[in-house]
Each structure stands twice: as C-alpha cells, then as structure tokens.
Design a protein around this ligand. Structure first.
Ligand code: BG6
Length: 467
C-alpha cells in the first residue's frame, strides 16, 4: 500500500479567493479588498470594481452546493480559511460578529456531515484592513492582542475543529510584506529591520495560539505552514551551494523556531549581518517553546540559487522571482517550474530535520482550461494535464512515505476554481470543478465537473492504488 490507511485526501481554498460577499452580513474590509491585482501593482485606497475577489466565486452564498460537490469526490479533509474581518470587522471589537460565526459554523457542520475533517487556516492573507492601517500590521507588537482574541473566539466556538494552521505561508512575509504581514509601509521605505521584527511578532502570536488551542481543545493539532521553497544550486560551484544554504534559511528559520521552540544557531549571525536586532519581550523565549504539532507546506515548484545574480533566468513562480529558473524542469502555462521530485526531496528534508508529521497543504496546477460539451447536454473540461501533474506529485509523496516520512495528508490547492492569489485572476484555474467566471468578472458562476473530478475521486476511493 502506497498511502497509510487514514491518509487525509482532500482539497484547499482560502476565504478571500472564493467567498466574495466582501461587505455582507457585517464583514469588515480586509487587506485583500484593496489588492485588485494581487501582488502586482500594490494596494488601492478603496475597493475597486476590477477586484475579482470582492465577488470571488460567490462561495459565501453557494458553499452548500460547493461542499457537496467536493464531498462527491470522497474528500477526507477540507482546508478553508476564516476571514478574520468576518468575525471581527475591524479586528478590535469586543464581541464577534454573530453572522460570521454562523457562516463558518455551518461550513464546519457541512464538512462533518460528509465525513470531511475540517482544517482551518486562521490567517490566510486576509488581515482586517483596519488593523493594517492602525498598527502597520505585524510590524507592531500590538497585533498580537487582537489576533489572540480572534483565536480564542474560534477555538471557543468551533471545538469540533481538530486541525488548525495559524498563518498561511508564514515565511512569505519576507517576499510579500503587505499581503502576508499587512505592513503598509511602501516597499521603497520598508526596512529589513521592520520586516524581521514583524516575523518575530507573528511567531510569538503563533506559539501563543498553539498553547491556547491545546488548552481549549485538548485533542487539537496545530500546525505551521510555510511556502515550500525548494532550492537547488544553479551549478555545483561551491559558491552556489553556499548561496542555497543562505536562501534555505529564509524558510527553515520559520520551521526551526516553530517546530523546535527557539531561534536557531545561525539566526544571530544571519540577522546581525543585515544589521537587524530583534526586540524580544521578556516572556517571548518561554512562549516560543509552544511548538507546533505538525508542519504543513505549499509546494508548487523548485528553483535555483546563484551566488552571482547575473547568472540564470528569473524563476517564474509565485513570490520567488528572486530565485533562478531550474533549467531541468518543465513549466506550467503560467511559467511555474514543475518538479515533482522536489516535493519528495523537501518532505524528506523537513522530516529528517524535525521528525514531526507533515501535511502537503497546497499543491496544484494552474492552467488554461477550456469548457467543452460533454456529449450529455452539459459541459466539462478535459484536463489530462492536471491529472498528470497530480499523479506525478502523489507518486513522489508515496516515495517519501516509503522512505519513512510521516506525511498524513494532501489537500490539493484550489480544488474548485477560484481567484488566483498572486495575480488575482480567474483565467488561471486549479480546480476539479470549473466555475464560469472570466477575468473581466463576467459569467454565470455555474459549476461544471472537469474530467479530473472523477479521476481524483478514483484516487481517493482506491487510497492511491489507482495511480
Ligand atoms: C499559495 C497561496 O502561495 O499559492 C494560495 O497560499 C495561492 O493562496 C497559491 O492561491 C497559488 O498561487 P496563485 O497566485 O496561482 O493563486
């Protein structure tokens, strides 16, 4: 058997990329509501009509239909995020928004009804805008208080949820300080000192959330989540290898702190070389000791590091354009390197280092899909490329498992088409379910099963044997 008996097969989405209803039922503005083009072009003063996330795929009104569709594939786990500003519109109300709580309560109920374990991301790039404006996001230690107030509300109201992730891709704050860390300082004025201090605040907040979850939901499992940046040297030249070591630490620093409970050996030197001094509150050292129960990663591609920036082509993938393209990999329609073996490599590397369970919380192929008649009076998408991509990655996960790595689940990213994160578009589609909406926001929003829907269903039904 390639996969363990209780392997969590499933899929993942995030609130800001699918819910829409951006001001409905008491929701406050989130930072995503002023990011019409994702990572490109920065934020606007007010929400603008060209921001596809304001309507998303209308999951807010269609979640029952959507969850039923996903459950139809036999999902064992469904990862979604809670929009913080739906619970606390400005982040600092004393009482939560009851409509927001009711919405997520019902989502959880639907998951449980279909036998899907809910996995909740507490913060997936959707900090309340008011907190970003008031505090400059995580640059300010004051953010810890409203975050923990929000966490307490979630843990108190949703004790049925056993699996939690504190911050989506927590290391991405280094690459996207506004989207990831709600830091409003313009990029040209932002210092590394501010960003790394924000990193510290998030990690302290995360560790306190782990502690709180364990107290309020004793059987809970709380994980960290990192953008799984897999890096190879551009050539075997020792300079490039040393560069990999340096670049790797931009990711491993986070897992080191969150899984081992303290700053790693190399931190002092790495930070002081950048002239950074992290301000620790007296209690921080002991707070950080509340380590995570599992590590989760997003994994889409691998890249290369070069000691000489003029060598190599820029990497095509989301947020890691500062790295170099791996010349030995294929690329997706959107220029992202495809490297299934890199996933096996990364899982082994993390497990060798930490020896705690791992979850592939995101992996997926963003592609151009075409809706065609299915011959039965309906429409579908014929997407063998998606099946192939997933198959290759799952087989590499299976190899890692055979090598002794404890991987307990796979939640395919964007299991239903949604608005992309980095470029905020609909045309880049990940889902097993097609959603009729285009880049100009037009479409009926009707859902259609793609061919990969039945394919993934079979993979789940056979616990991976059909691969
Ligand atoms: C991850 C994010 O970085 O990549 C997701 O956690 C995102 O939110 C995914 O959607 C794919 O990136 P994109 O830009 O193609 O949506």
């Amino acid at each position: 058997m390639r996969f363990p008996k209780n392997f969590y097969w499933g899929g993942a989405i995030a609130a800001n990329q699918c819910e829409g209803a951006y001001l409905e039922d008491g929701k406050g503005l989130s930072i995503q509501d002023i990011l019409p083009k994702g990572l490109i072009g920065g934020y606007t003063e007010e929400p603008t009509d060209d921001n596809l996330k304001l309507q998303g795929i209308d999951f807010y009104h269609r979640y029952k239909e959507d969850i039923a569709l996903l459950a139809g594939m036999g999902f064992k786990m469904f990862r979604f995020s809670i929009a913080w500003s739906r619970i606390y519109p400005t982040g600092e109300e004393t009482e939560p928004n009851q409509n927001g709580l009711a919405f997520y309560k019902d989502i959880i109920k639907e998951c449980i009804k279909y036998g899907m374990e809910p996995l909740v991301t507490i913060s997936h790039y959707e900090t309340p805008l008011a907190l970003a404006k008031k505090y400059n996001g995580w640059a300010n230690r004051e953010m810890i208080k409203p975050f923990l107030h929000y966490c307490r509300t979630l843990f108190t109201h949703f004790p049925q949820v056993k699996y939690w992730i504190t911050f989506n891709e927590i290391n991405s704050i280094l690459h996207a300080p506004f989207m990831s860390g709600a830091i409003m300082t313009p990029p040209e004025e932002l210092t590394e000192q501010t960003v790394w201090q924000a990193v510290h605040h998030e990690m302290v907040a995360s560790a306190q959330a782990v502690k709180m979850a364990h107290e309020l939901i004793p059987e809970s499992k709380v994980g960290c989540m990192v953008l799984g940046v897999t890096i190879y040297p551009l050539t075997p030249h020792p300079d490039h290898v040393i560069e990999v070591m340096k670049q790797d630490r931009k990711t491993l620093f986070f897992t080191d702190v969150m899984a081992r409970g303290k700053y790693p050996n190399y931190a002092a030197d790495m930070l002081s070389k950048k002239g950074i001094q992290i301000e620790f509150a007296p209690e921080d050292e002991s707070i950080l000791k509340h380590t995570v129960d599992f590590i989760s990663i997003s994994y889409y591609s691998s890249s290369c590091a070069s000691a000489d920036p003029s060598q190599g082509e820029p990497s095509g993938s989301n947020m890691i354009g500062y790295l170099k393209r791996n010349p030995y990999t294929k690329v997706s329609d959107f220029g992202w390197q495809i490297d299934p073996q890199g996933l096996r490599f990364t899982l082994n590397k993390l497990y060798d280092r930490y020896q705690i369970p791992l979850l592939v919380a995101e992996n997926g192929l963003g592609a151009h899909d075409t809706l065609v008649p299915d011959g039965l009076n309906d429409y579908t998408v014929i997407d063998p490329y998606r099946e192939e991509y997933i198959k290759e990655h799952l087989l590499e996960i299976a190899k890692a498992i055979a090598e002794g790595v404890d991987v307990f689940g796979y939640t395919y990213w964007g299991c239903i088409d949604l608005v992309s994160c980095a470029t905020a578009e609909m045309v880049k589609r990940y889902g097993f379910v097609y959603v009729d909406r285009d880049n100009s926001g037009k479409g009926t929003l009707k859902r259609y099963k793609k061919r990969s829907y039945d394919w993934y269903k079979k993979v789940i039904e056979t616990n991976g044997e059909s691969l």
